[in-house]
Design a protein around this ligand. Sequence first.
Ligand SMILES: CC(C)(COP(=O)(O)OP(=O)(O)OC[C@H]1O[C@@H](n2cnc3c(N)ncnc32)[C@H](O)[C@@H]1OP(=O)(O)O)[C@@H](O)C(=O)NCCC(=O)NCCS
Length: 163
Amino acid sequence: MRPLSADHAAAVVAWRNDPANAACFLTQDRLTHDGQLAWTQKQQADRNDHTHVAELSGRPVGMVAIYGVDEAAGEAEYGRILVDRAWRRRGLGHAISAWALDLAFTRLGLKRVYAHCLAANHPIHTLIGQLGFAESARDAGTVRFEISRDRWLARTELRKEPL
Ligand SMILES: CC(C)(COP(=O)(O)OP(=O)(O)OC[C@H]1O[C@@H](n2cnc3c(N)ncnc32)[C@H](O)[C@@H]1OP(=O)(O)O)[C@@H](O)C(=O)NCCC(=O)NCCS
């Protein structure tokens, strides 16, 4: 996992401008390379934004973020999750999301992580449900999910138990 950088701009623009991917996100603005570079500069200066890219043999294969960190409230948002089409259904989305939750709860010491997803995006609902997120609110178009630190740690401890 590498922090998002200018090197990733081409991949991010291609991913997010793919209409099938764009349809999965709440924000569907068409990205440009220059716009992505400018956005990345701002993102890098924001200490409350941890956007990372997964690389395999130096090639970007997916991304995920913990952002909007509110230290006083002890919470942040999980999102910007995307796996390159060629790498889907191999557990990568789950693995990088688990990495992001470890970052949030173990390294940043947060108490709660939440996510906002389109109501129609069933794959992400299933994926984050497997990680332990639970639905906490819903309106016509979006669903809010949350997971607490205690729940995440209980689940990760459980996985370490010998069979
Ligand atoms: C959602 C996404 C990140 C999943 O990535 P992935 O690497 O394929 O996910 P995984 O292989 O780790 O899948 C984990 C589980 O999620 C569920 N899942 C993933 N993709 C699914 C799909 N297309 N249909 C149904 N369930 C799906 C499955 O339960 C899967 O477990 P299984 O393969 O053992 O059945 C990927 O499809 C993606 O990039 N989608 C477009 C962007 C997006 O929707 N982002 C979320 C915005 S809120």
